[in-house]
Design a protein around this ligand. Structure first.
Ligand code: TYD
Ligand code: MG
Length: 457
């Protein structure tokens, strides 16, 4: 048995016999770490040996003879989570749940275990980071002590975990977290790319062959990527990210990849004293702290997946004290902000060159929907000119380079949401204006930013 070392990129898993300053694959700097690996064919491979009981070699069958199964999904009974998963967790599917430490990954996993166990499923919760006592404390806090059918174990050795799977035969499994699980077949340390890749591969094979739905928890580095397991994203079926500020109580669950559903859906949660609670009406939630009659505050209606959401866009335009204007954006694309500022300067003749501009989407949401452009542009103008946008107006529209307002999709969904929350007026793209529709809202079509400004101010 020969032990060699190899250098692997801790971001993407690229391997090289010598150390490299920059990864040729993912272009990350200083991401290589030395890992030991054993080159041996005969050596005992406990994790692989333990695998032998799972039928890994299914025979090919004729397409027309494949048995049709109807109940392919387990409903987690947590509406927001089911939505993001595309209607529940698919049997045999592997879901990666990523997010910063402390954001609530363990909490939601335990809540989900409880919900699923009540539908009669058997759960194996591998609490690899925390002792069973700590898990018990969390369960107490969540008020789910009487849950039956939830098995908890504090174990990091993959071959032992496989033995538990054989014994308990769970329907659903939680691995909390993949970064501390190690396969004894590999000599590199837990959390290294080789370990994470190997363990996830084995776990995925077990999930598929034994029809176990599996949630694998992974931590995220400060750069926003999963620590090491970017490779993991390719192995699993679904990747969910938990977002939100650590010191705020909002939590947003977003699907980045989903083989069994859409990746546009988001789930909104609120971290309370009894765990994560679903936020059924996010718009109300996001608007709850809106300042009254403040310049720079504008409401827009964006679409996240199939769900419309009202958000508050805040802009602050202030004279720069350094002669070098800064632009900052939270929740809205920075390049898009610069583009809008350029449009406002060039087409509307606003002198923003010496102004610092800050944009914030209240509530810590990140918007990708371009229909929010007009609201951002008007928020900037509102703050710059110190003019208030009336509080019952909703602004919707994408802005083009000639300051024209382009039409948006699914207008009726957005308008219904605005109507539901008691808004009275809505500025929309002229092209979207359809005389046939009737809303309790007063609709105004605008062709460009100038027109929209006339109506608003
Ligand atoms: P946790 O699920 O342990 O985070 P992760 O597994 O992602 O690291 O969440 C821990 C945080 O959540 C911690 O700061 C305490 C807080 N929390 C509550 O506010 N209410 C609760 O009911 C629970 C269980 C945790
Ligand atoms: Mg945890």
């Amino acid at each position: 048995m020969k032990t060699k070392t190899i250098f692997s990129c801790q971001n993407c898993g690229y391997q090289s016999p010598k150390w490299l300053g920059r990864c040729p694959d993912c272009s990350n700097w200083n991401s290589f770490a030395e890992e030991a690996y054993t080159e041996s064919k005969q050596a005992a491979r406990p994790a692989y040996a333990a695998l032998s009981d799972f039928s890994l070699k299914p025979e090919p069958v004729l397409l027309k003879e494949i048995e049709k199964k109807d109940d392919l999904r387990h409903k987690t009974q947590i509406g927001e989570l089911d939505r993001v998963l595309g209607g529940g967790i698919v049997k045999g599917a592997v879901v990666l749940l990523g997010g910063d430490p402390g954001i609530g990954k363990s909490t939601i996993s335990l809540q989900l275990s409880n919900q699923l166990s009540q539908t009669g499923l058997k759960i194996l919760y591998v609490s690899a980071e925390e002792s069973v006592q700590q898990t018990l404390m969390r369960a107490e806090r969540l008020g789910i002590l009487d849950s039956e059918r939830i098995y908890v174990v504090n174990q990091t050795d993959l071959s032992a975990i496989i033995e538990y799977i054989k014994k308990i035969k769970p329907d659903v499994m939680i691995i909390d977290s993949i970064q501390v699980i190690f396969s004894p077949d590999i000599s590199s340390s837990p959390g290294s790319v080789s370990q994470v890749r190997e363990c996830s591969n084995i776990l995925t094979r077990i999930a598929k062959s034994a029809d176990i739905s599996m949630f694998i928890i992974g931590h995220v580095t400060k750069e926003g990527a999963l620590a090491g397991p970017r490779i993991l994203e390719h192995i699993v079926d679904t990747v969910l990210y938990f977002e939100g500020e650590r010191y705020s109580s909002y939590r947003i669950l977003r699907a980045v990849k989903n083989r069994f559903g859409s990746t546009n859906e988001i789930g909104v949660f609120h971290m309370g004293s009894g765990g994560l609670e679903e936020v059924k009406n996010p718009s109300e939630f996001f608007l709850s702290e809106r300042p009254q009659d403040a310049p720079g505050s504008v409401i827009t209606s964006v679409l996240e997946g199939t769900r419309p959401m009202l958000l508050e866009v805040q802009a602050l335009v202030a004279r720069s004290s350094f002669g070098y204007a800064t632009r900052r954006s939270e929740g809205f694309d920075y390049n898009r902000l610069n583009l809008l500022v350029a449009v406002l300067e060039k087409r509307l003749g606003l002198h923003l060159e010496n102004e610092d501009i800050f944009i914030n989407i209240a509530g810590g949401v990140t918007v990708k929907d371009p229909s929010c452009d007009l609201a951002v542009a008007l928020a900037i103008v509102s703050s710059f000119k110190e003019k208030i946008v009336k509080k019952d107006i909703v602004i919707i529209g994408e802005v083009g380079l000639a300051s024209e307002i382009r039409s948006v999709i699914q207008l009726s969904l957005r308008l219904n949401e605005a109507q539901k929350l008691g808004f009275k007026q809505c500025i929309i793209p002229k092209n979207n204006l359809d005389k046939k529709d009737s809303y309790a809202l007063e609709l105004t079509g605008a062709r460009n930013i100038q027109e929209a400004m006339e109506y608003v101010f």
